[in-house]
Design a protein around this ligand. Structure first.
Ligand code: ATP
Length: 313
């Protein structure tokens, strides 16, 4: 009997930005309610999966690879182990991860890679999990993981609550992304947010109104120019207080002519909306002159989530 060689597969997975984030007050259990819009953008990590009897192993190259764990702490390995346990298989695989998504930047790179590993292992092991089942599994790894399975645009409602997918996505958004040298700890940003809420009278009711605004915005079916007022991130103010570079970054984008500027996730990447690809090129040149940024890139969205690029032997 001949045993057919097991395939090597390569997948690509996009980064995300958050056109809006609404955060509730600190709950008794120490967490926050959160409602956030996601958009997948054309900045990709690439994951190649091959068989390895010594696996699971991983080798990481590219952008910020020195900031990413090269062992079982990597979310790629966590995702593979999770699916392997569910399927009752040994994760005898090697992962080659080529990163283009800056790390710890609010662009969801680690979660994106975990989603790519789930989709890839599902193919390699012929597990036949549906996208919905992969999303459910992904939610055990991290809040953002389910979004990357299908990408495009969606609204997230926080920990382990199903995503609301936006089916009509008609318009292209062109962004210039500025990644500051200094990053921010997500935990510190939320703590600063709590301190700000304590000093103001903003509470649960106020959050519910802002949350409703996010749910009612026509994210998928309006040109971005009509949604400029909706581009807001509740974590921007606490982030600026902790890291004044964020304020400098956002101002740099505005004075360079961006039609909107906002911080993505819990920072520190700032996203600047351009009128067109040509305008984005000019914005990028202008923004690059500011010394707070370590990387400035152009990307557009929405794009689809994890994609299979090739299957080999
Ligand atoms: P988010 O937007 O979800 O808050 P982020 O973009 O700010 O995430 P990531 O790049 O996802 O940050 O990294 C978050 C943490 O996850 C880092 O401490 C990093 O070391 C760890 N990590 C684990 N696996 C990966 C991976 N494959 N790629 C990047 N970071 C990873």
């Amino acid at each position: 009997m001949t045993i057919s060689p097991l395939p090597t597969i390569t997948l690509k997975v996009p980064a995300k930005i958050n056109p809006q984030i609404r955060v509730g007050p600190l709950r008794q259990d120490g967490y926050h309610d959160i409602t956030l819009a996601y958009q997948a953008i054309s900045l990709y990590d690439t994951l190649t999966i091959s068989h390895n009897l010594e696996g699971p192993t991983i080798h990481v190259t590219g952008m910020d690879s020195d900031r990413v764990p090269h062992d079982e702490r990597n979310l790629v390995i966590k995702a593979a182990n999770l699916l392997a346990a569910r399927e009752g298989v040994e994760p005898r695989l090697h992962f080659e991860l080529a990163k283009c998504i800056p790390s710890e930047a609010g662009l969801g790179g680690g979660s994106a890679d975990a989603a790519a590993a789930l989709v890839g292992c599902n193919i390699i092991w012929k597990s036949n999990l549906t996208p919905g089942e992969l999303m459910d599994l992904g939610a055990h790894i991290g809040e953002d993981v389910p979004f990357f399975i299908e990408g495009m645009m969606a609204i997230g409602l926080g920990h382990k609550r199903p995503l609301i997918r936006l089916e009509t996505v008609e318009y292209k958004w062109t962004w210039v992304l500025g990644v500051p040298y200094r990053g921010l700890s997500t935990k510190a940003v939320f703590q600063e947010y709590d301190r700000i809420l304590e000093r103001t009278s903003s509470g649960e009711e106020d959050y519910l109104i802002r949350r409703q605004g996010c749910l009612e915005t026509s994210w998928g079916s309006c040109p971005p120019e009509e949604l400029l007022d909706a581009l807001e991130n509740d974590l921007e103010l606490p982030s600026m207080q902790l890291l004044p570079d964020i304020r400098i970054a956002l101002e740099a984008g505005r004075s360079a002519g961006a039609i909107a500027s906002l911080m993505s996730g819990s920072g520190s990447t700032c996203a600047f909306l351009a009128k067109s690809e040509g305008h984005a090129g000019l914005l990028k040149e202008e923004i690059q002159r500011n010394e707070v940024f370590r990387e400035v890139m152009v990307a557009s969205g929405p794009v689809q989530g994890v994609e299979l690029l090739e299957t080999g032997t």
